[in-house]
Design a protein around this ligand. Structure first.
Ligand code: MN
Ligand code: MN
Ligand code: MN
Length: 278
C-alpha cells in the first residue's frame, strides 16, 4: 500500500499547490495522504474542500509540521489527524504565526543591516498568502539578482550559522506536543536522524517527547539507507512508539523522492496508518 504522512504544499514551502498535490497523490495511487505544511493547515483545508468534490479511493488526513525548541535545538513535530478547529490547535496556530512573523522581522532586520534594503517588503511580496519563511527571502534575493539561485542564498546568507539563520522564537517541545494531543491528533517526531544527535541525545529527546504525550516516530523520511531505517526502528521498538513514514515532499527533482511511500516493509509494526486504514 502506498501512503504518505509527510508532505508540503505551496501553503508553506512546497511548490505544488494543495490541489496539485492531491491530484499527484491520486495519480500515484496513494491510499492515504497527510498534508503536513509547516505551522499552517491552510493547504490541508484547501485540499480537503477540493478532495470531497473529487473523492477517489484516497483518504486525506489533516496534518501539520510544527517547529519547536528542545535543548536549544529546533525540532520538527508532526501532528496527524488533528482537529484543525479545536481551540488548542487554533491557539497553537496563532502562536506559530506570531513566532514566524517575529522571526521574519528579525531575519529582515539582520539582512537589511547587511545592506539588503527592502528585504522585508520583498520577502512578504514573495510569500503572498503563505507563511513567511526563509525561502521567500531567498526568492527575493534571486529576483533582485543578489544571488544566482536558492541554493546560493541559503549557502551565503540564510542557511545554518548565516546572517538569516534565526530560530529562537519557537515554542517548547512540550507545548506543541500538547496542542497536537489535545486537538485529537497523534504527535510524531519528524526525521529523527536529521538532527544529527548522538544515540544518547536522541534517547533524551524521545524520553521528553513521550513524557509530553508524544506517541509516534518517523521511521522512514525521504531517502534513507536501510541502516538508518533500522536504527530508528530499534528506537521505535524500545520506546513502544507508533511508526510513521513520509516522503517530506516539497518539489519535483530527480534526486528527491516522489509522493508516496510503500508501507509493506513495515507490516507487523504498529503503523500510524492503521488509525485510518479500513
Ligand atoms: Mn520545508
Ligand atoms: Mn522538517
Ligand atoms: Mn517537512
Amino acid at each position: 500500500m502506498l501512503i504518505d504522512f509527510h508532505t508540503h504544499t505551496s501553503a508553506s514551502d512546497g511548490t505544488l499547490d494543495p490541489i496539485e498535490l492531491v491530484a499527484r497523490a491520486v495519480a500515484n495511487k496513494l491510499e492515504l495522504l497527510a498534508i503536513t505544511d509547516h505551522d499552517t493547515v491552510a493547504g490541508y483545508e484547501a485540499a480537503a474542500a477540493y478532495h470531497t468534490l473529487n473523492s477517489g479511493d484516497m483518504r486525506l488526513i489533516p496534518g501539520i509540521e510544527l517547529s519547536c525548541q528542545w535543548s536549544g535545538v529546533t525540532i520538527h513535530i508532526l501532528g496527524l489527524g488533528i482537529d484543525c478547529h479545536h481551540p488548542s490547535m487554533r491557539h497553537g496556530l496563532h502562536t506559530m504565526a506570531n513566532a514566524r512573523r517575529e522571526r521574519g522581522l528579525k531575519i529582515a532586520s539582520r539582512l537589511e543591516s547587511r545592506g539588503f534594503e527592502g528585504a522585508l517588503a520583498g520577502a512578504l511580496a514573495q510569500a503572498g498568502a503563505s507563511q513567511l519563511g526563509r525561502p521567500h527571502f531567498a526568492a527575493w534575493m534571486v529576483e533582485q539578482g543578489h544571488v544566482k539561485d536558492h541554493n546560493e542564498a541559503f549557502k551565503r546568507f540564510l542557511g545554518q550559522g548565516k546572517t538569516g539563520d534565526v530560530q529562537a522564537f519557537w515554542p517548547q517541545l512540550e507545548e506543541v506536543t500538547e496542542w497536537i494531543v489535545s486537538s485529537g491528533g497523534i504527535a510524531v517526531i519528524a526525521h529523527p536522524l536529521k538532527y544529527r544527535f548522538t544515540g544518547m541525545k536522541l534517547r533524551r529527546l524521545i524520553t521528553a517527547f513521550v513524557a509530553a504525550g508524544g506517541e509516534g516516530i518517523e521511521v522512514r523520511s525521504g531517502q534513507q539507507t536501510p541502516d538508518q531505517t533500522a536504527q530508528v526502528l530499534r528506537l521505535a521498538k524500545e520506546y513502544e512508539l507508533e511508526v510513521s513514514v513520509g516522503s517530506d515532499f516539497h518539489r519535483d527533482a530527480p534526486y528527491l523522492p516522489p509522493v508516496g511511500v510503500e508501507s509493506s516493509p513495515f507490516e507487523g509494526l504498529k503503523g500510524v496508518w492503521q488509525r485510518w486504514s479500513v
